[in-house]
Every structure is written in C-alpha cells, then in structure tokens.
Ligand binder design. Structure first.
Ligand code: HSE
Length: 439
C-alpha cells in the first residue's frame, strides 16, 4: 500500500517578519511531526525570501534570497505563504503566484478586504486556493468557524473585538490608568501593532477584518469602502470612568448586522454592559460573537495577534491544502469566501440609517437652564433619555453625561449639532454608541 506520508508539499515563504518567522519556526520546530501526520504529507520549506537576513533563522532552507518573485516563479514551489504585509509588493506577489497556478496563504487582511474580489477571481481561474484564515482574529479559527462550521445558518449578526492592539490599549488604560501613547508603545514592542499603527488606532485594521467576515456571513462581495470606521483615539480616561459608573465597559467592536432594511457594517468604540462576555475579553485577546438562525449565539475567543498565534492559523491553511493534494481532488478545497454565488445587490446601510443607543459627554457651562435646553433639543428630534449624570464642575465646565434610548443616527446628529451650537456648550460632544446583544 502507498504510504501517504511519502508525499511532499513544497512551500515558499515570502517575508520573515513576526508572522512569517513564527510560521517557519512552527513548521520546522517541535510540531513538525504532528503537522506532517495531520497533513498526510511532509511539508518542506524549499524557498524563503526575506529583506533582513538572519542566518540562524533560515538554517537548513535550501534557497534563501531577497526577491519574493524568485519564490513565486520557482516551478517546484506549490504553495506560497505571503507574510510580507502591506499593499506593494504583496499584491503583485500574490497575483503572480496565483496566476502561476500556486496555492497562496496570506495573513494580509488589507489585501483580502480591499483587493480580494479580484484576487479570488484570479485564484478561481487558476483553480487554486487563496487561503486567509490568519487574516482575521489571529489564532482564532474564525473563518473556518463562519464559513464551514456555521454553513447551515443564516447569519443574523456578528460582533467582535478584532484588533488586539486596540483592545490591549483600552484594557491597560482602564486597569492601570495609563496614557494612550504609553500603552501603544508597549503594544508595538510586543509585536501586536501594524507597521503603521494608525491602522490599529483608527479602526482600519478592524474594518478590514469586519469586511472579510461580513462577506462570508452574508454572501456579499468584499466592500471595505462601505464599512463605517471610527477608532479609539478620542476615548479618554474620563469616558472610561463615566461608562464604568453607568455599568458599562468601552470596547472597540466590529459589528455586522442584517435586517429587513439592509446590512450594517461598522467599526467603532462601543459601550457594552459589564455583564457581557465580550466586556471581559482583555489585553490582546480577540473575541467574536456570531448569531445564526439555527444555532443561536456562539462565541469564539483567543489570541488575536502575535507571531505564534497567527502562525497557527497559517499552518492550519497549509494543512488543508496538503490534505487536498493528497485527496487528489479536481477542484479547490472550498470556494474561498464560501459562496458559489454572491448577493451582489444587497443594500449596505449608511451609518446615518442605523438605530442604536448613545452615550453623550457634553461639555456644558455651569449655568441655570442648560440641562433643560439640552433635553428639549433631544425631545424635538424624538430622542428619549435613559440616564443622566452631571459631574462636578471642572473649572467653568460641567460634563453632562447622557445615555439615550434607541435613536436613529441621523436624528442624533441633528440634535448634536444643535446642542453644540448652544452658547452654554463649550465644545464638541463625545458620542459613543451603546449596544446590547441578545445571547
Ligand atoms: N495589528 C493587529 C492587531 C495584528 O492588533 O490585531 C493582527 O491582525
């Protein structure tokens, strides 16, 4: 009988940074026998391209250079792992590899979210797989969970903490009363943050990940440009402490929701009850709740960033591809986004059309009648108040904290403009959306 373990899959790795380096280590280290047994084939890294050569890191690799195109154009390489990150040359590297008939595994959420529609088409034409488990939520197998595990469901909504750096920063600001920039520096040192940390802080990284999950959840094309994105840079220690007084934590969430009026895709800081499981996911951990119409609510949590955790997802994709090769199947293991046909025309709602509850921090002057004026404006726009806290004056200003009941964002924006133009209001209102998820 043929010994399946005689089979070999030849892999090339482009980029040996945090994720690529950890992937190489995982493939060649103490797990290599287990990986080989699970894949049903031995996996050999035959080529590596890296900008910064560290000889001890690539010991035993037959071919090492600096040109990623040498890897994707090598006829003996069957699977390319793209861990360069960023747009260029990663995009050209992936496209060339797919066109050359090689399977590609990437952790590059920016490219999948922004150029994925095109890249999946190239993969389909070449009858190869473009795998991207590691692009969302690091080590959590959320793509496989959503695409395979929950394939029988209509997904109603999903909500998650999908940026480890942002969660790390908010957690440390909350627990250690530390400043934003100080914690960011620590996240960068630990290898969590993107090369350009504004991607983490301003929510772009989370929006990339939400775009990918929404496409799988609702069977829609990848539409990063329609994902509403707001970061955490405006969150202050005061907001964290007022939210705490009201029974909430502030988390940076990606939320996708399907209703009769359309699909919502939004990333923003959010007040959630302290009793919610998501509120207790701290540090660099990520967690995603998914509600399906058959299964109900499910929760997935784990390390969302870092080399080893992300490498775990990269290698899982590689094992899938090796198993597929062993099975000698004619077609790729799975349709990349999990749909044979897409809902091309599904309506994506503008942020002004969503309805939610709101936390408002209004910097008001300490004058008679200001609260009455604010309440009257909210009432005019059909917004009802759930709770109010008026803090001690800070110099001339008293912060007024309001929690609203459900309101349409368009109405809230009108009310906020009117309130900000009151002479008794000394500056911009800080507005944070509030969500309660049925579990
Ligand atoms: N910068 C990302 C994060 C890395 O902090 O979540 C993982 O995608």
């Amino acid at each position: 009988m043929e010994n399946k373990l005689d089979k070999e899959v030849k892999v090339g790795i482009c980029g040996l940074g945090t994720v690529g380096g950890a992937t190489l280590k995982l493939l060649t280290g103490e797990n290599s026998d287990e990986i080989r047994r699970r894949a049903g084939a031995s996996i050999s890294v035959s080529q590596v391209a890296t900008r910064t050569l560290n000889h001890s890191q690539v010991d035993g690799i037959p071919c090492v250079g600096t040109d990623p195109f040498a890897v994707v154009n090598d006829p003996s390489v069957e699977v390319v792992i793209e861990t360069i990150g960023g747009y260029d040359p990663a995009y050209q590297v992936i496209k060339q590899a797919l066109s050359n008939g090689k399977h590609v595994i990437t952790a590059n959420k920016a490219l999948i979210a922004e150029r994925g529609n095109e890249l999946f088409e190239v993969a389909q034409k070449s009858n190869v797989v473009l795998a991207f488990e590691s692009s969302v939520a690091g080590g959590i197998p959320i793509i496989k969970g959503l695409r395979e595990g929950l394939a029988a469901n209509k997904i109603n909504w999903l909500a998650g903490i999908i940026n480890g750096t942002g969660n790390f920063i908010l957690t440390k600001m909350t627990s250690d009363d530390r400043q934003f920039n100080d914690v960011l520096e620590e996240a960068q040192t630990l290898g969590y943050a993107e090369a350009d940390p504004t991607f983490d802080i301003e929510g772009i990284d989370a929006a990339h990940k939400l775009t990918i999950m929404s496409s799988i959840a609702f069977g829609i094309p990848l539409q990063f440009d329609k994902t509403y994105t707001e970061g955490i840079s405006e969150i202050t220690p005061e907001d964290i402490s007022y939210a705490d007084e009201l029974g909430y934590k502030i988390k940076h969430l990606g939320i996708a929701n399907r209703s009769l009026s359309g699909i919502e895709m939004r990333v923003h800081p959010t007040l959630i009850s302290k009793a919610q499981l998501l509120a207790n996911v701290n540090g660099v951990e990520n967690a995603v709740m998914i509600n399906g119409n058959a299964v109900g609510s499910t929760l997935y949590s784990g390390p969302g960033a870092g080399g080893d955790a992300t490498a775990s997802a990269v290698v899982a994709d590689l094992i899938d591809i090796a198993r597929h090769k062993i099975a000698r199947s004619e077609s790729p293991i799975y349709p990349s986004l999990g749909y044979q046909t897409m809902y091309e025309d599904a309506q994506i709602l503008n942020i002004e059309d969503i309805k939610t509850e709101y936390y408002l921090r209004i910097p008001a002057m300490d004058r008679v009648g200001v609260m009455a004026k604010i309440s009257s404006i909210l009432q005019t726009h059909g917004i009802s108040i759930e709770a109010v806290i008026q803090k001690e004056p800070i110099s001339e200003i008293v912060p007024i904290i309001i929690l609203t009941h459900l309101a349409r964002e368009r109405n809230l924006n009108l009310a906020m403009n009117e309130i900000e133009s009151l002479e008794e209001v000394a500056g911009a209102i800080n507005r944070i959306r509030v969500e309660s998820f049925e579990v």
